[in-house]
Design a protein around this ligand. Structure first.
Ligand SMILES: CC(C)(COP(=O)(O)OP(=O)(O)OC[C@H]1O[C@@H](n2cnc3c(N)ncnc32)[C@H](O)[C@@H]1OP(=O)(O)O)[C@@H](O)C(=O)NCCC(=O)NCCS
Length: 419
């Protein structure tokens, strides 16, 4: 591992929370008032927390933290209603006084090695700037939309939706954490975070007063069928008064639904909030059923953004962990600049929804970089599209089509939870 001269990699614990916040707030350009600064202790994933500190006085004060990162550990839904252990890289920060000296590169190598030691065959992240992580083999595996609906947007009827119960409350992990866990555990859309530790919940429910920008505190809407939770949404409202009257906005920060009746019920509630003229909903899958429930498809103003970036750390474990939509038998040569064990030709024999992936010395039918395999991993980007873009090379006629069909997903991937 190449740590830049004058620095060393370390594990960080709670005693360094305020130092980490110092680095993170410098890197991400924000300031948290002292009264709220203890939030890091709650939401930081301490079991995977790492940093780089100064060793050599020529680089700064010895012992001072120059960079930090950690990863949320969860199970990620992948095609075929399966899940794999995933390292959700987050909080990646290098203090501006130490930037462009190779500290990020050292932290990424360290992250890959430690994730593999923990048995996590894939890593995922949300990118602050999209060009940073591609050089490390992260591929754009899911796109998502943020959409805005006007108050009173009409939805098609869904049988049984009106029978469901809706509960609206101030958001609280104690009261609602189990509900969120229960709904998440039922999600099969690739990219969903289905099982997770307490830090993920703390992160999802984080509601710093200093970040509200005039909106009210975080609220939750839950849809139930009797006692059974089917959907949830965390939202806030920001009031605004114009000469013509109220013109407030609802912002749905995170939401999930495990049932179309609940989607319809929840959507009706979200687009009919008193004094609010519009509702913004984030993390919408590009093929989500909610889009098909709109009576007027043009009612949604949408912006499509990159959602989840995925890095395959262990090719056979990652590929065998997902489901396969069609049978295939192809050999794929993978290049990987950071994880040498992946750089090989892999025979992918997919049959009856599963796959066996083994190293082979036979000539490859296809060739691609690990970034492209990662982009296709959740089934949202096809191998055929990547080949058309010149990012996948076909050596045997028909191999692109075969692998493409096998890796596709019925549902477009998206992660509803940011981290
Ligand atoms: C992005 C950040 C972590 C980079 O840290 P760093 O220690 O300066 O990065 P390194 O010196 O290790 O650079 C590693 C490589 O990434 C490239 N890189 C770094 N920041 C980049 C950026 N913003 N855009 C594109 N490439 C970038 C470097 O050029 C270098 O490329 P090379 O090795 O091919 O020459 C740091 O600038 C930072 O904290 N930024 C603000 C917070 C942020 O965006 N964090 C990422 C969270 S998703």
């Amino acid at each position: 591992m190449t740590t830049p001269d004058g620095y060393r990699l370390i594990s960080t614990d709670r005693t360094r929370a305020q130092e980490i916040l110092h680095v993170v707030s410098f890197a991400f350009a924000f300031t948290v008032p002292q009264r709220e600064a203890d939030f890091v202790e709650r939401i930081y994933p301490w079991d995977a927390a790492r940093g780089v500190e100064v060793l050599d006085p020529s680089k700064g004060a010895p012992g001072r933290l120059a960079g930090s990162h950690s990863s949320f550990r969860f199970r990620l839904a992948v095609p075929g209603s399966r899940t794999v252990p995933c390292a959700g890289l987050s909080w990646v920060s290098v203090h501006p006084g130490h930037r462009r000296r190779g500290i990020l590169r050292a932290m990424i190598e360290d992250h890959f090695a430690r994730s593999l030691e923990r048995g996590e065959p894939v890593s995922a992240l949300y990118a602050s700037e999209t060009q940073i992580y591609q050089r490390f083999g992260y591929g754009l595996a899911a796109r998502g939309a943020v959409m805005e609906l006007a108050r009173g947007t009409e939805l098609r009827d869904v049988e049984g939706a009106d029978d469901l119960i809706v509960e609206i409350d101030s958001a609280s992990i104690e009261r609602h954490g189990d509900t969120v866990r229960a709904v998440q555990s039922r999600l099969t859309r690739p990219g969903s975070i289905v099982e997770f530790g307490d830090e993920v919940l703390e992160d999802v429910f984080l509601d710093l007063e200093s970040e509200r920008e005039g909106a009210d505190e975080l609220r939750i809407a839950i849809v139930r069928d009797g006692d059974e939770p089917l959907a949830w949404a965390l939202l806030n409202r920001k009031g605004k008064w114009e000469m013509s009257g109220p013109d407030g906005k609802v912002t749905v920060k995170v939401w999930a639904s495990a049932d179309v009746r609940a989607t319809a019920r929840l959507a009706r509630v979200l687009v009919d909030v008193d004094l609010m003229s519009k509702t913004a909903i984030d993390h919408v899958a590009l093929d989500h059923e909610i889009l098909h429930l709109l009576k007027d498809p043009r009612a949604a103003r949408e912006a499509v953004l990159d959602n989840l970036w995925v890095r395959i750390l262990d090719v056979p474990a990652a590929l065998e962990g997902r489901g396969w939509a069609a049978d295939c038998d192809v050999s794929v040569r993978i290049t990987d600049a950071q994880v040498p064990a992946n750089a090989a030709t892999w025979r992918v024999e997919a049959r009856d929804g599963g796959a066996v992936v083994t190293r082979t010395d036979q000539p490859a039918d296809l060739a691609m970089d690990i970034q492209e395999l990662a982009a296709a991993y959740l089934g949202g980007t096809s191998i055929a599209t990547l080949a058309r873009a010149g990012l996948v090379t076909e050596h045997t006629a028909g191999a692109v089509a075969a692998l493409s069909r096998a890796m596709t997903s019925d549902l477009a991937p998206v992660s509803n939870i940011g981290f």
